[in-house]
Design a binder for this molecule. Sequence first.
Ligand SMILES: CC(C)(COP(=O)(O)OP(=O)(O)OC[C@H]1O[C@@H](n2cnc3c(N)ncnc32)[C@H](O)[C@@H]1OP(=O)(O)O)[C@@H](O)C(=O)NCCC(=O)NCCS
Length: 169
Amino acid sequence: MPAEVRLRPYRVEDATAFDAEEQVPGSFEFFGWRSANTWLRKFATDGMVADERGNLVVDVKGIGAVGDVGWSPVHHGPPPHGFAFNVGIGLFAEHRGRGYGTEAQRLLAEYLFAYSRVERLEASTDVTNIAEQRALTKAGFTREGVLRHAQWRAGAFHDVVLFSRLRGD
Ligand SMILES: CC(C)(COP(=O)(O)OP(=O)(O)OC[C@H]1O[C@@H](n2cnc3c(N)ncnc32)[C@H](O)[C@@H]1OP(=O)(O)O)[C@@H](O)C(=O)NCCC(=O)NCCS
């Protein structure tokens, strides 16, 4: 099944589909309402892939777009070598729990190590988000620890777990 999953650049219809997805207050992805055409505006700016950050569509053979992965720089020291990429993922609700999230994050790591000189990828998720912690572990990431009250969401600060994957892992 994982062989059916690939990452590809956004098309305009993908941005439209992401804008149309129901926003679910209380979920791990909800950080406040976003405007109806957020993704279309981002797509119009740079097609969702720029030099140091980007988003790609998670595409499953026979289904099409099931979600999105993204990356952006995190700086731990001065340039040019003091940076890592933080990676993230969101799958449409109906496509979760089928292994796509694990495979998409494995493919994203493979892609970033092949097409950039980055040494370290980071990913963080709510301490209660077991699906993402399992998916990251299965995608080759290592749990590093808990960042206390790192995220503000739904009226409270939340602890998040930090994972990393190094080029040599
Ligand atoms: C988190 C997410 C990317 C995981 O991808 P997925 O395709 O649903 O997960 P997978 O099918 O690859 O499963 C990965 C593991 O999580 C487990 N899992 C899946 N859904 C779960 C759930 N609701 N509760 C607990 N474990 C779950 C699976 O059983 C599997 O573990 P196992 O191999 O030990 O059985 C996806 O569910 C998602 O997009 N969720 C909403 C957005 C989000 O949370 N993004 C990441 C946080 S920033």
